[in-house]
Design a protein around this ligand. Structure first.
Ligand SMILES: [Zn+2]
Length: 254
């Protein structure tokens, strides 16, 4: 059995991006560790509560971890940077302004503590260009270099070609994967550069439940408002890049 460490930017990224892989890994007996880099404080506030956004999101993250069978959840508590161009970008304590080597050292310490076999982060542009997601990619690489035992590295991504197949430009139905995302690049990765297509169909409703745990977030609320059948179709595959693994295969990577 392996120890898998998932490195994510904000509470709710674990659910939408790798929730199925986490749930399946747990069911198969692997140890699942989730490191959440930021406090999610730039997320949406919803409902009447005395809690801060960060407190709400921490509570929601714990609930999601419970649903996904996560063995250990670690909060690094960096400040959420918000999207590109937000005022929050200028805060020197925002995660995007952190030193990747310094955060990499913190993550490497956890990798050593866990004697981790695999570290899962994001592709080079963080899937859709969010500055905190781009930082996760840098931290992932730094941590892998610094760990006593270098883990296998997988980069969570989206399959741009698969998304394009579901896009109808005539009627603007679906989602145009070639439009510029937060950093000006299109979302995800061309299929030719992807290593693993993981079918998480059997746990896709757990993934939905994990997303539902983040109900304070408008993005998550929109996704769980999708009819169940449609949600299952949209979220039953998770994609990963791994150096040296090509062409893409539909298989369980661990
Ligand atoms: Zn995020």
């Amino acid at each position: 059995m392996a120890t898998l460490v998932f490195l994510h930017a904000h509470p709710d990224d674990e659910a939408s991006q790798t929730g199925g892989t986490m749930a399946l890994a747990g069911e198969l007996g692997h140890r699942v560790v989730w490191i959440c880099c930021t406090d999610g404080s730039q997320g949406t506030r919803s409902g009447e509560t005395d809690e801060s956004v960060a407190e709400v999101r921490r509570r929601e993250a714990r609930a999601s971890a419970e649903v996904l069978g996560v063995d250990r959840l670690v909060f690094l508590d960096h400040l959420d940077s918000g999207m590109h161009g937000w005022d929050s970008n200028a805060n020197p304590d925002a995660f995007m302004n952190a030193d990747p080597l310094e955060v990499g050292r913190d993550v490497a310490r956890l990798l050593d503590e866990e004697d981790a076999d695999v570290l899962i982060g994001y592709d080079w542009h963080g899937n859709y260009g969010h500055p905190d997601h781009i930082m996760v990619h840098k931290v992932m690489n730094a941590a892998a270099d610094l760990a006593a035992r270098r883990p296998r590295l997988l980069q969570s991504t989206m399959n741009r070609d698969a998304i394009r197949a579901g896009y109808d430009p005539e009627n603007k139905a679906g989602f145009d994967p070639d439009a510029p995302a937060d950093d000006g690049n299109p979302v995800g990765t061309p299929e030719a550069e992807i290593a693993w297509k993981v079918n998480v169909n059997e746990v896709v409703m757990l993934k939905r439940e994990a997303l539902a745990a983040h109900a304070s977030q408008e993005d998550a609320a929109q996704l769980i408002a999708m009819p169940e059948g449609f949600f299952a179709l949209a979220f039953r595959h998770e994609y990963y890049i791994e150096d040296g693994v090509s062409p893409m295969r539909e298989a369980w990577p661990f």
